[in-house]
Design a protein around this ligand. Structure first.
Ligand SMILES: Cc1cc2nc3c(=O)[nH]c(=O)nc-3n(C[C@H](O)[C@H](O)[C@H](O)COP(=O)(O)OP(=O)(O)OC[C@H]3O[C@@H](n4cnc5c(N)ncnc54)[C@H](O)[C@@H]3O)c2cc1C
Length: 453
């Protein structure tokens, strides 16, 4: 049984870097972790002199190979400071290497909050932005829309700033384009060295957990609540779907004891899923029974907690993930096809498959660009269970309706296919060619996804 740790990347004694899902590893030719911008600039200069390509890594929580850096790998783990807190405008400016957890701690200090977040907070803010990391709720923005300005270090070592242009910060078209391109840019335009976040006043959420049938869940997906947050966990082979919903409330925190929470989140969920993975590999026919037992263990309950405690679920168990953003109307059918693909291929998948909803985003390469979306997700204990055939089928179903993959999760799409899915693709690639004419920020994954410069 693998370890139950939240670590993203793991670095072995011989310098091999391996990502969260343990599917992708590399031994970079050169590794750098500068502690200031001059140091970062020097790394770029030396890379240019050697003709070496540069990939920034965050915490390694992408399931796919977007962070794989065979040549020069740069980490911003020492560029993780809180640079400025503007309480009048509820804005925090942080360095690109700051983790969501470090930012969350600072937000708490000032009774502020993220407007929304995903399931974990181990990622770096720049990594989370760069792949379009999102949460759930029709009015709940992804990180890309919670950012009002950022600074990018380009391949020549210069730093450019771009922002949302609100209030006194007027901007021209060039800056507007850079902002819309850079917020979700996979490290391909430059290195995000600082980010200004628009926070909101801290809030509590009333969370309800329940188990519903597949039909009920698909009906809910077809017509989701206009406000609040909704997460649906479909499980292959069984009719039960685990559902959580949350709404803002002025009520005080009201939840189980810390021990009760630990038992629910760590023992039942993480150790439960870990054990199910072991059994699923050895005795696949037991998967439906295991999943039913897991669903039976979920107690319907309503609790009130602070925003972050409701959003975050400590998911340590090693897994791999698939997630496509499809237009809202196509959500239910894509979930149906994903479940059929896994079930028809008899994949021993004993893991909840998270489906979420999200508003339209304006960053050019955000998978929810321009449309309200359903995020159709699946996950599996990793490594060791062969799911690729089923996920290729599910990918085909999502792409057929214009679905776009999460940039940090499993997919097999290349630049030609992706170009058809994004209306501003050519604008992005033109800007990339102008900002990084030598392809300094390329990598094998970027060559495949965006094309080689
Ligand atoms: C357990 C788990 C739960 C997750 N939950 C969610 C969720 O709820 N919602 C969701 O949408 N996603 C989720 N993800 C996916 C995750 O948020 C993204 O993959 C995210 O990119 C990881 O951030 P990171 O810091 O680990 O970046 P990495 O994985 O290290 O890097 C990702 C990309 O960001 C680029 N990058 C990193 N730093 C910089 C920088 N300073 N400048 C420019 N580019 C940079 C890298 O080059 C790479 O292309 C989850 C992943 C895991 C493992």
């Amino acid at each position: 049984m693998g370890s139950l740790r939240a670590a993203g990347a793991e670095i072995s004694p011989d310098g091999t870097w391996t990502n969260f899902s343990r599917r992708h590893s590399v031994r970079p030719r050169r590794v750098a972790a500068p502690s200031d911008l001059d140091g970062l600039r020097r790394v770029l200069k030396e890379a240019a002199a050697e003709g070496s390509r540069v990939r920034v890594v965050g915490s390694g929580h992408s399931y796919n190979d977007v962070a794989i850096a065979p040549e020069t790998q740069v980490s911003l783990r020492h560029l993780n400071r809180i640079l400025e807190v503007d309480l009048d405008r509820a804005r925090l400016t942080v360095q690109g290497g700051a983790s969501l957890r470090e930012i969350r701690t600072e937000l708490h200090r000032h009774q502020l909050a993220f407007a929304n977040m995903g399931d974990i907070d181990h990622q770096s803010i720049a990594g989370a932005l760069s792949t379009g990391t999102h949460g759930t709720g029709l009015t709940a923005p992804a990180f890309a829309s919670q950012v009002v300005a950022l600074e990018l270090m380009l391949a020549d070592g210069s730093v450019v700033r771009c922002g949302a242009g609100d209030g006194e910060d007027a901007r021209g078209q060039e800056e507007a384009d850079l902002f819309d391109a850079a917020r979700v840019s996979l490290g391909a335009l430059g290195i995000i060295v600082s980010v200004t976040i628009q926070a909101v006043p801290a809030y509590n959420l009333r969370r309800t957990d329940a188990v519903i049938s597949r039909d009920q869940a698909l009906t809910l997906l077809a017509d989701p609540p206009p406000t609040g947050h909704v997460g649906l966990y479909f499980m292959p082979y069984i009719d039960q779907v685990l559902m959580w919903t949350a709404e803002r409330t002025g009520d005080p925190v009201d939840k189980p004891s810390a021990l009760g929470e630990w038992f629910r989140d760590v023992v039942k969920v993480n150790h439960g899923l870990q054990a199910m993975g072991v059994v699923a590999r050895r005795a696949p026919r037991l998967v439906p029974a295991l999943s039913r037992a897991f669903a039976r263990g979920v107690r319907p309950e309503t609790t009130v907690d602070t925003w972050d405690k409701v959003f975050l679920r400590p998911l340590f168990v090693r897994h791999d993930a698939f997630e496509f953003a499809v237009g809202q109307a196509d959500g239910p059918d894509c979930v149906r096809q994903l479940m059929s693909a896994v079930e028809d291929a008899k994949v021993p998948a004993a893991f909840p498959c998270e489906t979420r909803i999200a508003p339209a985003e304006s960053a050019w390469l955000h998978p929810s660009y321009g449309r309200t979306s359903t995020w159709v997700g699946a996950a599996i204990q990793a490594p060791g269970i062969d799911v690729d055939g089923a996920w290729v089928e599910a990918q085909r179903a999502c792409v057929a309706v214009g679905g776009r993959p999460h940039w940090g999760k499993w997919h097999t799409l290349g630049a030609d296919e992706l170009r058809r899915l994004y209306p501003r693709w050519d604008d992005f690639t033109a800007l990339r060619a102008a900002l990084d004419p030598d392809g300094r920020f390329g990598s094998p994954a970027i060559d495949r996804i965006l094309g080689r410069i």
